[in-house]
Write a protein that binds this ligand. Structure first.
Ligand code: PMP
Ligand code: GLN
Length: 393
């Protein structure tokens, strides 16, 4: 019998991701899944057709290490079209297996054991795991709701989090799970600290096209002097309702892209050959597509937020993304979000995700729960009805 522990000590305590646990619970109980963020409708037919055509025309072997040339060109064109960013597709863009691998490549490719990474908490769950795999340490800066319910950070906390060992700041805007869009002022504060302390900024912008109420996405790389120290990550999953395709990318100055690529090439090497040209088609779709996507999601957001409020939760209205966060304490005085989410499918037939898994210091998120709005209206309305009936009882 094997006596030793199989799991590396670096991953001790990470267990199974909350998304796997909660989606399995949804299947098991037949509950409506507002936990894991994935749309329940297909993306644009042009994009789906392009993938089918690619498979049928023999695009089924390893793509080039940097990614399909037409996709790298489409990413460069997209960054110029939406943000005025100029990139050389031959040295400043690499295609990855989703943003998840882009993050892993960037963190494993840049961090040494003992390095510190400043991260805003709550944060997407893979951040802490990849930082741990690199042998580095995550130093959290808290995002908490202000009096108007807008998630904010204290610039003094950010400054205090930076030490001699800090190598990079890991940013996510628009932000999962809070739905926060970092304002230009907030980005300027982060940029100021990065410039002062010679830090790299790795920025996860996978929700770049999902901003509500006419908000604009501003990549931090477009702030003065930031392009040379920013690695930008995105992917096509959210923008084209193709989360299962896992096509993402990194872009930025050659030294940062090369660092990420050096690790990435030993993770998957490459992936998704026929999906890469399809993503290129998606990125070149007319503005009307991107506008329609947001309009639809914003209506869904409004149905969800209205419903969560009607069910009695304190609800923080998201400015962007797939997600709305609620404080459960008005309906559940124990304030135990994990227990709440584990019993919700049985109790109400709805699945949600406890935000505490997104915190380095779980106590800050104990009473918070995330619901996804990237679903058909009838699905959201049915979930809301169940919550109003089951939770407020
Ligand atoms: N970053 C954030 C903030 C996310 O919410 C997600 C969720 N999908 C990812 C990265 C991972 O993206 P992908 O599916 O492209 O790997
Ligand atoms: N990004 C999605 C979410 O936050 C899905 C993540 C996942 O399944 N790993 O829900």
């Amino acid at each position: 019998m094997l006596a030793r522990t199989a799991l590396t000590s670096k991953l001790a305590g990470f267990g199974t991701t909350i998304f796997a646990e909660m989606s399995a619970l949804a299947v098991e109980t037949g509950a409506i899944n507002l936990g894991q963020g994935f749309p329940d409708t297909d993306g644009p037919p042009e994009v789906l057709d392009a993938a089918v055509a690619a498979i049928r025309s023999g695009v089924n072997q390893y793509p080039p290490g940097l990614g399909a040339p037409e996709l790298r060109q489409a990413i460069a064109d997209h960054q110029r079209r939406f943000y005025g960013i100029e990139l050389d597709p031959s040295t400043e863009i690499v295609v990855t297996a989703g943003a998840t691998e882009a993050l892993a490549g960037a963190l494993l490719g840049m961090l040494d054991a003992g390095d510190e990474v400043v991260v805003f908490e709550p944060m997407y769950d893979s951040y802490q795991a990849c930082i741990a795999l690199a042998g580095a340490r995550a130093v959290p800066v808290l995002l908490a709701p202000d009096n108007e319910g807008r998630y904010v950070f204290d610039p003094a906390d950010l400054r205090a989090a930076v030490t001699e060992r800090t190598k990079l700041i890991l940013l996510n805007t628009p932000h999962n799970p809070t739905g926060k869009v970092f304002t230009v002022d907030e980005l300027a504060t982060i940029a100021e600290v990065a410039l002062e302390r010679d830090l790299i900024v790795v920025t996860d912008e996978v929700y770049e096209h999902l901003l509500f109420d006419d908000r604009q996405h501003v990549p931090i790389s477009t702030l003065p002097s930031m392009a040379e120290r920013t690695l930008t990550i995105s992917s096509g999953g959210k923008t084209f309702n193709t989360t299962g395709w896992k096509v993402g990318w990194v872009s930025g100055p050659e030294p940062l892209v090369t660092a990420a690529r050096t690790a990435k090439q030993f993770l998957t090497y490459v992936n998704g050959a026929p999906f890469q040209p399809a993503m290129a088609v998606g990125l070149a779709l007319p503005d009307a597509y991107f506008e329609g996507l947001v309009a639809e999601l914003q209506t869904a957001r409004d149905h969800l937020v209205g419903g969560l409020r009607a069910a009695g939760f304190t609800t923080y209205e998201p400015e962007a993304t797939y997600f709305a966060t609620v404080d459960i304490r008005p309906v559940d005085p124990t304030g135990d979000g994990m227990a709440f989410c584990r019993s919700l499918p049985q109790r109400c037939g709805v699945v949600a995700v406890p935000n505490e898994v997104f915190y380095a210091r779980a106590e800050h998120g104990r009473h918070l729960v995330r619901f996804a709005c990237c679903k058909r209206l009838e699905v959201i309305d049915a979930a809301v009805e169940r919550l109003i009936e089951g939770v407020s009882r």
